[in-house]
Design a protein around this ligand. Structure first.
Ligand SMILES: NC(=O)c1ccc[n+]([C@@H]2O[C@H](COP(=O)([O-])OP(=O)(O)OC[C@H]3O[C@@H](n4cnc5c(N)ncnc54)[C@H](O)[C@@H]3O)[C@@H](O)[C@H]2O)c1
Length: 349
């Protein structure tokens, strides 16, 4: 008989609490401690009947969890994950993997040196609809992928920014939100060779961008655009369109990604696929539409079960620190491109 994996949570804010809900309904795991210096965390730990620690290092020493979920502010991700790795404890680390590539390189090296796996929380890759889209692209259902259009346009309420770290360097729309879309684009469409970009903070006026327009050139020759804003009353985003998280009222008929190839096109998250009866038939012929199916299962539940396998040494991370580092490299290239006005290549990890 296998006992539930004893998992501790570091960082019990919005995302940490979401992880807790998933921990509670998975019989393969057991929440064993919470570490968070914030004012509400102790009461939250008491509600869950687990020991509370203000300092995660003390928790690691005292509780010796078998695995840890880290959901603290972005700028603390790498240092916290390094503490877990030094203690030999596998980590599910929320995205972004870090805020600078240099610290991520250190994390990748430490994970390899100690043989302790890190799974990064780009949970959308675990969504069954993305798994199906990935299969379709891999199997050539669209022919040669040619153009990619990605949208992330919604409105965060002003109160979202009441929490100071969300307004500071190390946060921002690129690193907090578009990183998810860029990670999915890499996963579905392949690595990006070069980017060009404009960013703006004209609406909110914070140190970080609230609007971005990005041009993407993929290694396979496909070209793409990603436009994002967190300050517009608009329905085009994974959050509103996918129905993945019920806290966002859904716009089920609106797509956020449009992928087009020489033999077909696919919209996401609806997973409608268009093609001609005869490949290459062209615009005078009816364009046929198919509805692709996929099993309905929550991405965070699937990610958690995958993490159990990773922590037990039975699976390699679907999103390793090095892989997530390549998505971070893309964010850094976009920032550089926006600053210098030139096309930029993502650095290698
Ligand atoms: N996967 C996703 O879709 C998703 C969604 C939201 C947030 N996130 C990520 O989760 C992380 C947390 O975001 P959030 O919105 O929950 O933020 P939040 O501010 O609501 O929560 C952060 C928590 O970390 C705690 N904290 C601060 N310093 C700490 C420390 N030294 N040790 C332990 N805990 C500490 C804070 O007290 C707070 O409770 C971020 O990295 C964010 O990018 C991921």
């Amino acid at each position: 008989m296998t006992f539930p994996l004893r998992i501790a949570l570091i960082g019990a804010g919005v995302m940490g609490r979401q992880h807790c809900q998933h921990l509670q309904r998975c019989d393969e795991v057991q929440l064993c401690a919470i570490a968070d210096p914030g004012p509400q965390a102790e009461a939250f730990a008491a509600e869950h009947g687990v020991p509370y620690f203000a300092d995660h290092r003390w928790m690691l020493e005292q509780v010796r969890p078998e695995a840890v979920i880290v959901a603290n502010p972005n700028a603390l991700h790498v240092s916290t994950a390094l503490d877990c790795i030094a203690a030999g404890i596998p980590v599910l680390l929320e995205k972004p993997v870090g805020v600078h590539l240099d610290e991520v390189r250190e994390l990748v090296a430490a994970s390899e040196r100690h043989g302790v796996p890190v799974l990064v929380g780009h949970h959308r890759r675990h969504n069954p609809l993305i798994a199906r889209a990935h299969e379709l692209l891999r199997d050539g259902a669209l022919g040669r992928l040619t153009t990619v259009t990605a949208l992330w346009q919604l409105q965060k309420p002003a109160s979202y920014y009441d929490i100071p770290w969300r307004r500071e360097p190390g946060a921002g729309m690129l690193l907090t939100n578009l990183i998810h879309d860029l990670d999915l684009l890499r996963h579905l469409c392949g690595e990006v060779r070069r980017v060009q970009a404009f960013t703006s903070n004209a609406v909110r006026g914070f140190a970080n961008e609230d609007c971005a327009a990005v041009l993407l050139q993929f290694e396979n020759g496909a070209l793409g655009t990603l436009t994002g804003s967190d300050a517009v009353a608009a329905p085009w985003s994974w959050e509103l369109d996918s129905g993945e998280n019920p806290v966002y009222p859904r716009q089920a008929d609106q797509p956020c990604y449009l992928l087009a190839g020489t033999d077909g096109a696919l919209n996401i998250p609806q997973l409608k696929r268009w093609h001609y009866a005869e490949p290459g038939a062209g615009w005078h012929q009816p364009l046929l539409q198919e509805q692709e199916g996929y099993p309905h299962e929550e991405a965070l539940d699937r990610q958690l079960r995958h993490f159990v396998q990773v922590a037990r040494g039975l699976a390699a991370p679907l999103v390793s620190a090095a892989d997530a580092g390549r998505t971070l490299a893309l964010i850094e290239a976009i920032r550089r491109a926006a600053e210098c006005g030139q096309a930029c290549r993502p650095e290698t990890i």
